[in-house]
Ligand binder design. Structure first.
Ligand code: NAD
Length: 506
């Protein structure tokens, strides 16, 4: 067997995409893209140098000038064409991302569908760019507002939705008239190059959309580059905070979405079967590597024991295996290190006083080659334990037992994360009160993963989002444009005179 370094030489290369074509890096730095289903390396991805970031920004800046002057309907037309191309190539996109991420193809098809919604929304962006017009704001004076693109904007995206999260960003950014630089996750980068090709086929002018692969070097240069006007980031909370603080310090507009710890509150009147179906689907789908995954069930009173039994029954039936194989429901984790980190939370749970009801490390799935880990269920989880406090981001579900709704609500609101929260009940009044009380950006009522549709916006509260505006939808359009207010008059020059007073309505 050769060493990893020797194997890497023979692997396929994943290059940047700059100015409408592939661009092979000269930085001399690459990272290995692993196949999570086999645990073997499958490609080398370029890691951009500072010079390459500067080159991509210069190309994008040049392309921006013509693109912002392109009629709105022409810009939207590219999205209409992209919509068709993504639609007919859904399976290809899904397979490409499964190959590197590891999730099942059927789950990846869902990711593509949710990304496509954002392209469809962007087809209607011209409607949202209509400004306001006030005739006769003063005598003979009209006032109107227009929204203009920012210039070169960048998106930095996580491994867990390698196609959807870029689509959340670039569809609106581009249609608003910006030029876009995508810095995808280096762990599953290939699908973004296919999206670049589809944008090219859709007629997008060269240089308006660019992909720069890279690590901290590329991110840091984008954060400080004076010609990058805005940064959209999605990833873990510590990096989101860093990106927000560094980007804003350099005068940029930043929206940085971070990690999560999503609670699912189950009241004693809930339908046990339905709640168990939802908890299992939302905790173990995509091996728990979703920012909207349910990682904690908060069981009120007597509901805990029957709910745990129903969850265990369903867990036993989950088919774990390579995402490319039809019929599997859960694939591997993204990397060996991440799998071991997730397993360490399972190992530590009992030491902290929780009860390991199902130990995923002992499940047959965990002995497969590749980065597989079986599903775990931890009972008696309490605030203060690491398995309660940390985002585990794996197939591990914790159960917290509480006595009352008020106790549950206090705990959820005290949690530093505030991405999503869900309630399962048959009582509409309590559900409405929960929606009113809970401190989270996205709330599900009998819905475990309340990811908003594309014509609303996506974003958490507290440590799950740094910045003001949520991502995609109307707030996305707002983020990628800035307002200009024009005050105009066309008086008869003969009436003109000097007036040193401050302008006021006459
Ligand atoms: P990550 O924070 O490790 O990486 C995100 C991006 O930041 C990648 O492009 C990566 O290359 C870059 N990066 C990593 N380390 C960096 C550093 N030190 N300096 C600068 N850039 C760096 O996140 P991940 O592991 O790819 O994704 C999983 C995380 O993303 C989870 O925490 C999950 O909750 C979060 N997430 C959040 C949302 C949301 O909408 N809130 C959506 C998806 C994922």
């Amino acid at each position: 067997m050769t060493t990893v370094q020797e194997q890497a030489i023979a692997l396929r290369s994943v290059n940047h995409w700059i100015g409408g074509k592939p661009f092979a890096s000269k930085s001399g730095r690459t990272a290995i893209v692993w196949d999570p289903a086999t645990g073997k390396p499958q490609a080398n991805v370029d890691l951009a140098s500072v010079d390459e970031v500067d080159h991509a920004v210069a190309v994008a800046k040049e392309a921006f000038l013509a693109w912002r002057a392109t009629p709105l309907s022409r810009r939207a037309e590219v999205m209409f064409k992209l919509r068709e191309l993504v639609d007919v190539n859904r399976r290809r996109i899904a397979e490409l991302l499964t190959m590197e991420h590891g999730k099942t193809v059927s789950d990846a098809m869902g990711e593509v569908a949710r990304g496509l919604e954002n392209i469809e929304f962007a087809c209607g962006v011209p409607n949202l760019l209509k400004g306001g017009y006030s005739e006769q704001a003063s005598r003979g004076v009209d006032v109107y507002q227009i929204r203009q693109p920012l210039g070169v904007v960048a998106g930095i995206t996580p491994f867990n939705f390698p196609a959807m999260v870029p689509m959340w960003m670039f569809a609106n950014a581009i249609t608003c008239g910006n030029a876009f630089i995508l810095k995808p996750s280096e762990k599953d980068p290939t699908v973004t190059l296919y999206l670049a090709e589809l944008l090219h086929q859709a007629g997008l002018p060269d240089g308006v959309f660019n992909v720069l692969h890279g690590d901290k070097v590329a991110v840091d240069r984008l954060l400080e580059h004076p010609d990058v006007k805005a940064i959209s980031f999605v990833g873990s909370t510590p990096i989101a905070k860093y990106v927000y603080e560094t980007g804003t310090k350099h005068g940029k507009r930043v929206q940085a979405l971070g990690g999560a710890k999503n609670h699912m509150l189950v009241l004693p009147d809930a339908d046990i079967g339905m709640a168990a179906d939802a908890a299992v689907s939302a905790a173990y789908g995509s091996a728990g590597e979703r920012c909207m995954a349910i990682s904690l069930v908060v069981a009120v009173g007597s509901v805990a024991d029957p709910l745990i039994d129903a969850i265990k029954e369903r867990m036993a039936k989950i088919k774990v295996g390579p995402g490319m194989e039809e019929g599997n429901e859960m694939g591997p984790l993204i990397s060996r290190e991440h799998r071991d980190k997730v397993a360490s939370y399972v190992a530590g749970a009992e030491r902290e006083g929780a009860k390991l009801t199902v130990d995923g490390r002992l499940e047959p799935a965990s002995s497969r080659e590749g980065f597989f880990l079986g599903t775990s269920l931890i009972d008696n989880v309490k605030p203060g334990m690491k398995c309660y406090e940390d985002e585990i981001f794996g197939p591990v579900l914790g159960v917290v037992r509480v006595n009352t709704y008020d106790e549950a609500l206090r705990m959820i609101n005290d949690n530093p994360f505030g991405n999503g929260a869900a309630i399962f009940t048959r009582d509409g009044g309590v559900a409405r009160q929960f929606q009113f009380d809970v401190e989270a950006g996205m709330v599900g009522v009998n819905v475990p993963i309340p990811v908003p549709v594309a014509y609303y916006s996506f974003g958490g509260w507290k440590a799950s989002l740094f910045g003001d505006l949520h991502m995609y939808g109307p707030e996305g359009v707002h983020f990628y444009t800035r307002a200009k207010v024009v005050t105009s008059r066309w008086p008869d020059p003969s009436t003109s005179k000097v007036d040193l007073g401050f302008p006021q309505v006459r």
